[in-house]
Design a protein around this ligand. Structure first.
Ligand SMILES: CC(C)(COP(=O)(O)OP(=O)(O)OC[C@H]1O[C@@H](n2cnc3c(N)ncnc32)[C@H](O)[C@@H]1OP(=O)(O)O)[C@@H](O)C(=O)NCCC(=O)NCCS
Length: 384
């Protein structure tokens, strides 16, 4: 019998890694749907992150009672023990918030380590983690800013809690609405993106949910994935003056610089999330403000880079404009990716559940060996 060796696809481009019914990215149409519902509909005013968590888990739009159930789960399970709180505060002071979040998430894991006997709790454990990761981001933000711990209030929503803890201010209803939309937009993006794939690989080893999320946070931290939202805002700040933007972007593209917030493996049209983010930008960016200048630079980046790269299928992705909206909400730049992680924890955990339900075979792909053939060992004394 001859075994067919599949051809090597760098970056696993075009290689399916799972059968999934959670979300669908349609690269040519520029469409993203969760359980069949468009992100444009799901980010309408009035839709909460909690509602979308229910949709992602259940596969159907939730009733009022079901949203209330999920809201209560996320509300009641966000508390930490005093010992956990102390560790998060300390780790938040010494490293980048993404690494602090990764360490803090791993620390929430149980003392034993074998998830298979506990697989019936996969949804319960996932919801607990979604609740806690949002809270962890807030704690790390307070620790990093040197503010005392001021944890969730009774009745505070997930978005409201995160925003207040991140900014140190009571958020306006508009800002809470926009925060909900940002969390919803980033909650899932098919099974094949780097961090969700990581989550699935770690799930396949029967690891605990905290290990799954901690690993996925590591994958998300890189500038080619989640870190691009920080990168794009920093680039706009570096350019500084909207009048210089065109010339500067032309120069960067001449130098083969990869513009953060631009290009995508799957989308070859403008990322639908970036269009939704632009409608949010119009609501929260104050004309004449410093952020309005940064947003103008972002628009110039879009114009110039699209003119140069659009015919190669490269267009703005979610991260080109998201940084400006986060900044308009008063969120510090190095917390853009941790917020992404808090929202994507929902997608990771729903993917974990789906994978267990579909057999959870361990990922063990192959390689194409290009090294030396077996050869004789030479003792040290004879190596010259
Ligand atoms: C998203 C991304 C990682 C996809 O990577 P990929 O599918 O492996 O595509 P590649 O990096 O191989 O890029 C293909 C070509 O497009 C170019 N390209 C891709 N993204 C580019 C960008 N943002 N700016 C300029 N050129 C870009 C590459 O230089 C490459 O050109 P070449 O063929 O002449 O070498 C990549 O577009 C990128 O790094 N973008 C910036 C980071 C970012 O915004 N990430 C968030 C994604 S949501």
């Amino acid at each position: 019998m001859t075994l067919q060796t599949p051809s090597f696809s760098p970056g696993l481009e075009g290689v399916p890694i799972a059968e999934s019914a959670v979300s669908l990215v349609e690269g040519e149409a520029g469409r993203l749907t969760y359980r069949g519902y468009s992100i444009e509909d799901l980010t309408q005013p009035g839709v909460s992150f909690e509602e979308v968590v229910a949709l992602l888990y259940d596969g159907e739009l939730p009733s009022v009672a079901r949203v209330e159930e999920i809201r209560k789960e996320l509300h009641d399970n966000r508390v930490l023990t005093p010992e956990q709180l102390e560790v998060v505060i300390q780790v938040g002071k010494i490293t980048h918030p993404m690494f602090a979040l990764q360490a803090a998430t791993a620390m929430l894991a149980p003392r034993d380590n074998d998830f298979e006997p506990k697989v019936q709790t996969v949804q319960e454990r996932g919801l607990r983690l979604i609740a806690k990761v949002g809270h962890l981001v807030g704690i790390i933000a307070q620790a990093r800013a040197g503010r005392p711990y001021d944890g969730p209030f009774i009745g505070e929503s997930f978005a409201g809690m995160m925003l207040r803890m991140l900014t140190g201010k009571e958020p306006s209803p508009l800002h809470v609405r926009v925060m909900n939309a940002l969390l919803i937009l980033q909650a899932d993006h098919s099974a094949g993106n780097a961090s969700t794939f990581t989550a699935r690989v770690v799930t396949s080893t029967k690891a605990e949910p905290e290990a799954v999320v901690a690993a996925a946070i590591g994958a998300l931290s890189g500038p080619a994935h989640g870190g691009a939202n920080e990168g794009s805002l920093r680039l706009f700040q570096q350019i500084g003056d909207p009048k210089k933007a065109e010339q500067e972007i032309q120069r960067l593209l001449d130098d083969k610089f990869k513009i953060p917030g631009f290009g995508h493996r799957v989308y070859h049209v403008k990322d639908p999330r970036s269009k939704v983010i632009q409608t949010l930008a119009a609501e929260v960016i104050e004309p004449g403000s410093e952020i309005a200048d940064l947003y103008e630079i972002a628009l110039t980046v879009e114009k110039v880079a699209t003119a140069r790269l659009g015919d190669r299928g490269l267009y703005p992705n979610v991260d080109l404009f998201s940084g400006c909206v986060f900044a308009a909400l008063g969120i510090p730049t190095d917390f853009f990716t941790p917020i992404f992680a808090a929202s994507r924890t929902a997608g990771w955990m729903v993917n974990m559940k789906e994978q267990w339900e579909s057999g959870n075979r361990i990922f063990r792909p192959s390689q194409i060996y290009v090294g030396e053939q077996a050869r004789d060992f030479i003792p040290m004394a004879k190596r010259g």
